[in-house]
Design a protein around this ligand. Structure first.
Ligand code: TPP
Length: 379
């Protein structure tokens, strides 16, 4: 069995300082250890956790992702189209429920036999974590070299690998709900690209723009590429989780996550996580055109949804309806002076810029210049 304290000391020595995940009883010691250190973000979903960890890495952290092997399936989209695509490394610890020859529940049987294969097929190097301390610490040093080289590495963790860690008292969230700020202007017809342009024009030098999957990122790129912009080409639904990790790591940077209704509906649990951790430097803007416009304009179910009520129920600090570009400008000004976690909702018109291209810079290039920009803002 490994002493969690010794293993944790080694992780700290190697610079790992940010954890996100969803619990598994096999990983309880590491989760309790990182919660006790105040370095753990509890995600609603393992995919969100991967994106939160990736956001923290963009902000200069060395990040760890923890999950049960059943939850690895939830993480496939960001692991394959965010971490891999942008070369954002993460050190993973995934439990091995359903290990062959060990009695376990039926729902773990298949994952127990394919956990390593699933990682390998996703191009994620992996190994079973040894229960011998000397060997495990050496494995960790090797894994760290892979991480330092920009690639992810996962340890597969068997039952009873770590010594137990007592969970200390955890903070309670604040249950009060904000009033929804309604616009006193009637709804103007605004296209997504006009909103994006207004964002570019109304932010200061310490603000970054993270654009969701599909046309949003492509239109933002066409408005002019800047090093404070990142186009999250894959990992649909993960934009605000990426923003959460970055905002928590870089409190002196202002982070705007530009979401779409299809994207937010895909990972609505992220609203709860964002609002619980409450980074005041995160502005979550939802552009709701009621469509999956990027894939041909099929309707989402957003017409039935009151996102403002949901964000208020999740307990964002400020929840605001944006009806016009003037409202948007005002809301951005308020956020940058009041510094409060904000959810802003804007209906947008259907319509994609004519002859819309795609980013001509690679995701890795975008990431590198973005990280250089972000590095300038001290923690
Ligand atoms: C996990 C995943 N599922 C589906 C897709 C295909 N896809 C890309 S963009 C998109 C629509 C996104 O809708 P929304 O967020 O409302 O933005 P819009 O396209 O309307 O601007 C879809 C379904 C994808 N990239 N990833």
């Amino acid at each position: 069995m490994l002493s969690m304290e010794n293993f944790g000391d080694k992780l700290e020595q190697l610079g790992f300082n940010f954890y996100s995940g969803v619990p598994c009883s096999f990983l309880k010691p590491m989760i309790n250890y990182s919660i006790n250190k105040g370095q753990f973000v509890m995600a609603a979903n393992e995919g969100d956790a991967v994106a939160i960890a990736a956001g923290a890495t963009l902000g200069g952290a060395k990040s760890i992702f923890l999950c049960q092997n059943s939850g690895l399936t939830n993480a496939v989209s960001p692991l394959t189209s965010l971490n891999y695509t942008f070369e954002i490394p993460v050190l993973g610890f995934v439990s091995l429920r359903g290990e062959a020859g060990v009695a376990d529940e039926p729902q773990h049987e298949l994952m127990g036999t394919i956990t390593d294969k699933l990682l390998t097929i996703m191009n994620v190097q992996n190994a079973i974590l040894s229960t011998d301390e000397t060997e495990a610490l050496l494995q960790l040093e090797e894994a760290n070299k892979i991480i330092e080289n920009g690639q992810s590495f996962f340890f597969i963790v068997k039952k009873d690998t770590f010594s137990s860690v007592k969970l200390l008292q955890q903070e309670q969230g604040n249950g009060s709900k904000p009033n929804i700020k309604r616009s006193n202007r009637s709804c103007q017809s605004v296209k997504r690209i006009e909103a994006l342009e207004a964002l570019q024009q109304n932010i200061d030098a310490r603000t970054v723009l993270l654009a969701t999957t599909g046309v949003t990122g492509r239109e933002l790129f066409e408005l002019g590429h800047k090093e404070n912009q990142l186009y999250m080409v894959g990992s649909m639904g993960c934009i605000s989780s990426l923003g959460l990790g970055l905002a928590l790591m870089k409190p002196n940077l202002n982070v705007i996550a530009i979401d779409g209704d299809g994207s937010l509906l895909m990972r609505m649990g992220s609203l709860a996580t964002n609002a619980y951790y409450k980074p005041k430097n995160l502005y979550h803007l939802l552009l709701d055109n009621g469509l999956h416009e990027s894939t041909g304009g099929q309707k989402t179910v957003s017409t039935n949804i009151d996102f403002l009520q949901i964000a208020s129920g999740a307990n964002y600090d400020v929840v605001e309806e944006i009806n016009t570009l003037v409202d948007l400008e005002q809301s951005l000004t308020n956020w940058s002076t009041d510094s409060k976690l904000t959810f802003a909702y804007m209906k947008t018109e259907k319509g994609i810029k004519e002859n819309l291209g795609r980013p001509t810079v690679t995701p890795k290039e975008v990431k590198e210049s973005f990280m250089k920009f972000v590095e300038g803002y001290t923690n």
